[in-house]
Ligand binder design. Structure first.
Ligand SMILES: [Zn+2]
Ligand SMILES: [Zn+2]
Length: 159
């Protein structure tokens, strides 16, 4: 990963009261370089950068960073947790059901909660978790091709 990232990760760590270590820097850079990565993805990226780093060290760093608000953890149903450095803006995610690719989408409202329940049952609601599920353009294109060939096969079978 290049040194000319605009974010000073060292300053970010110090600003959150953490010691700057090569391992923490590598984990932070890995997340900012590959947003929405799983712990395994981040581990691979960090290892590529600094060599030896244990899975446990990566997990520990991710947990600490998330607790301190440096990272946001997203946990879509049926997927391992993903991490990103884009925090505090209540943005949402589009997730592909087929290939699990995830992309950011700005919140139309911009503040929490951006959806209010029809009946809040007296709860003081502070957040609505919005995930848009569907298929990404690549998977739509791939399935459209599949469907066409399936339809052809079915047509052939019927004859
Ligand atoms: Zn997809
Ligand atoms: Zn995101």
């Amino acid at each position: 990963m290049s040194a000319e990232t605009s974010v000073d990760h060292g300053a970010l760590l110090r600003g959150h009261g953490m010691h700057v270590t090569a391992q923490r820097l590598a984990v932070l850079r890995a997340v900012s370089g590959g947003p929405h990565g799983t712990a395994d993805d981040i581990c691979a990226l960090a290892r590529a950068e600094i060599g030896a780093i244990s899975r446990q060290a990566v997990y520990d760093a991710l947990t600490t960073f998330t607790d301190k608000g440096l990272l946001r953890r997203i946990e879509p149903a049926g997927s391992p947790a993903r991490y990103e450095t884009r925090v505090g803006d209540n943005h949402h995610h589009l997730v592909c059901r087929t290939c699990s690719r995830m992309v950011d989408v700005d919140c139309a409202v911009g503040e929490t909660p951006c959806l209010t329940p029809a009946d809040g049952s007296g709860y003081e609601v502070d957040e609505a978790e919005v995930v848009y599920w569907g298929r990404c353009p690549e998977c739509v294109a791939a399935t459209t091709n599949d469907e066409q060939s399936n339809q052809r096969e079915e047509h052939d079978r019927r004859e």
